[in-house]
Ligand binder design. Structure first.
Ligand code: ATP
Ligand code: MG
Length: 562
């Protein structure tokens, strides 16, 4: 990794455990895994797990497997499998040869289920899903045994084999581990480990009529792969006794240890594949990679560099308690990276024409501009200047209030890297709208300084009209207008109507035409931007990644004070 993230110095409770296990000789190396279910696109929450699992492998010279937890064929698709691999790579991680699928273990998992049956540790249950739920009891009441709990081993084996061969319909029977219907932990009240699903699987086709549940498949897959530390989010804490029970009761080749950590939650967005799928399916957004989506593909398309995500994950750290990270912190992490890495360019998003009346007609020149004040190695570039320019409409006021220091009638300002100009005349259309400013320039101020020490109070960005590249620019705001979408009601009711603003006819300095998706740039005074994948050679489209300052937090603070 060639960026400035500092994960090699990271320490946290999981890394402490791993260090101890290596020091004590319990393990001679580490094997971790990132185990997505291919039922949707990855979101920024997943990057916490990715950075943790792959990060630990990197730091300890171990390995991290990418394992698709593909046990639910009704929701899984090849499209998701491909997108997940693309996203993990983009984030900067590499599983090498270690690409696995739980479906590759179906035969072994099945054999172990028969082993459980033979040992009297599992039984086929004919109760319906609803009945099983009713028999399960509650947190305060013990469960009741199913009438099928004490089926003889031979009958269980026979039925289980017939389940496999497709003799029964979905939901007609299940295989359950026989543990303890009175356990204080509901997960141990004879959990279902196999269910009938007459569904084609993206990888195994119609070979199977039964599929293992997550709880059964996960730990055993970990064991098969000799995972040393199986790191997962807190909701699995109560499943750990079941995880351990299965490892103990099966002849698995290794005994991985499950350790839980708090998931990443981010304000003003939703991090759940189910909810994100709904946004896509119901057309609230323009696909999984809509730049407003918290998916890794949306974040990438918007132009966020992957280092910013790693930066966020490192800053958030690991905890055992759930919390919500303010979206503003993510934006801070993006700015921190881009301030160092993005070059500066000039673009005008809401153009107002300026004619320099004393600039010779039909001529032009090139002026030198600094590419990055943070990085002298980034050098300079030449920017065309001419008689007609565009400035930002907001940078002019005909009748300015006291604190407005930018251009106004009779006032002199600096054009960045160019000259001082003075506004002499305001041209309006029939509706009274300002359509053009007529200004004069002072040739002696070339480069932006006055030899006589004259001061101006503002420096504006600008683009030469004759050379400008026309572009569409998409400005994004939070997808949701509340911090916790769905806190009271349906989360889609909290979608913001202002999350996308499209500006057409924006004017770019010509060098911006050379930028391609995956590159980032600062538009001076406006924010960080990146070309969208909708861009064509003739019609560039730029996304605003993030503004320069956190105007959003400031506005919210003002609202709160009101
Ligand atoms: P979702 O709730 O979005 O559907 P999931 O947990 O069902 O997510 P999986 O594909 O099962 O999605 O997740 C793969 C791995 O990523 C799991 O180990 C899971 O714990 C982890 N993970 C998922 N969401 C987060 C999150 N918000 N923060 C940290 N880790 C996460
Ligand atoms: Mg899951």
């Amino acid at each position: 990794m060639n960026d400035n993230d500092s994960r090699n110095e990271t320490t946290d409770f999981i890394r402490d455990i791993i260090r101890e296990d290596l020091a004590s000789g319990k393990h001679s190396g580490t094997v971790t895994r990132f185990p997505p279910e291919p039922n949707g696109y990855l979101h920024i929450g997943h990057s916490k797990s990715i950075c943790l699992n792959f990060g630990i492998a990197e730091e300890t010279g171990g390995r991290c497997h990418l394992r698709f937890d593909d046990t639910n064929p009704t929701k899984e698709e090849m499209e998701y499998i491909e997108s997940i691999q693309r996203d993990v790579r983009w984030l900067g991680f590499d599983w090498g040869e270690d690409l696995f699928f739980t479906s590759d273990y179906f035969e072994q998992l099945y054999a172990w289920a028969e082993e459980l049956i033979t040992a009297g540790n599992a039984y086929v249950d004919d109760l319906s899903a609803e009945e099983i739920r009713a028999y399960r009891g509650t947190l305060t009441e013990p469960g009741r045994p199913s009438p099928y709990r004490d089926r003889p081993v031979d009958e269980n084996l026979d039925l289980f084999r017939r389940m496999r061969s497709g003799e029964f319909a979905d939901g007609e029977r299940v295989l359950r581990a026989k543990i303890d219907m009175a356990s204080g932990n509901i997960n141990l009240r004879d959990p279902v480990i196999y269910r009938i699903l007459q569904a084609d699987h993206p990888r195994t086709g119609d070979a199977w009529s039964i599929y293992p549940t997550y709880d059964y498949a996960h730990g055993q897959s970990d064991a098969i792969e000799h995972i040393t530390h199986s790191l997962c989010t807190l909701e699995f804490e109560d499943h750990r006794p079941l995880y351990d029970w299965l490892i103990e009761h099966l002849s698995v080749p290794s005994a991985p240890r499950q350790i839980e950590f708090a998931r990443l939650n981010l304000s003003s967005t939703v991090l759940s594949k189910r909810k994100l799928l709904r946004l896509v399916k119901e057309g609230y957004v323009d696909g999984w990679d809509d730049p407003r989506m918290p998916t890794l593909s949306g974040i990438r398309r918007r132009g966020v560099p992957p280092a910013a995500i790693r930066n966020l994950i490192a800053k958030v750290g690991l905890a055992k308690r759930d919390s919500v990270v303010d979206y503003a912190m993510f934006e801070f992490c993006i700015r921190e990276i881009l301030n160092m890495e993005a070059q500066r360019r000039m673009a005008v998003l809401d153009p107002l024409k300026v004619v320099i009346t004393n600039y010779p007609e039909g001529s032009g020149e090139e002026l030198e501009a600094i590419n990055s004040p943070e990085d002298p190695d980034a050098g300079t570039r030449m920017v065309p200047f001419g008689r007609e320019l565009f400035i930002e409409r907001q940078d002019f006021m005909e009748d300015p209030p006291k604190k407005f220091f930018r251009l106004a009638p009779g006032r002199e300002v600096r054009l960045r890297y160019a000259y001082f100009i003075t506004c002499n005349e305001v041209v309006k259309n029939e509706d009274g709208e300002v359509v053009e400013l007529r200004c004069t320039y002072d040739p002696a101020t070339k480069g932006g300084d006055s030899p006589d020490g004259r001061k101006v109070k503002a420096t504006l960005h600008w683009v030469s009209a004759a050379d400008a590249v026309d572009a569409e620019v998409r400005l994004y705001d939070h997808l949701f207008e509340v911090e916790i979408p769905g806190a009271d009601g349906d989360f889609v009711d909290d979608l913001s109507p202002n999350s996308l603003e499209i500006r057409t006819g924006c004017k770019l300095e010509p060098s911006l035409a050379a930028f391609a998706p995956g590159e980032q740039v600062q538009f001076e005074r406006l924010g960080y931007f990146a070309p969208d994948t909708d861009s064509t050679d003739d019609a560039p489209v730029f996304n605003r990644i993030v503004t320069l300052r956190d105007t959003w937090a400031r506005i919210r603070k003002q609202q709160a004070q009101r």
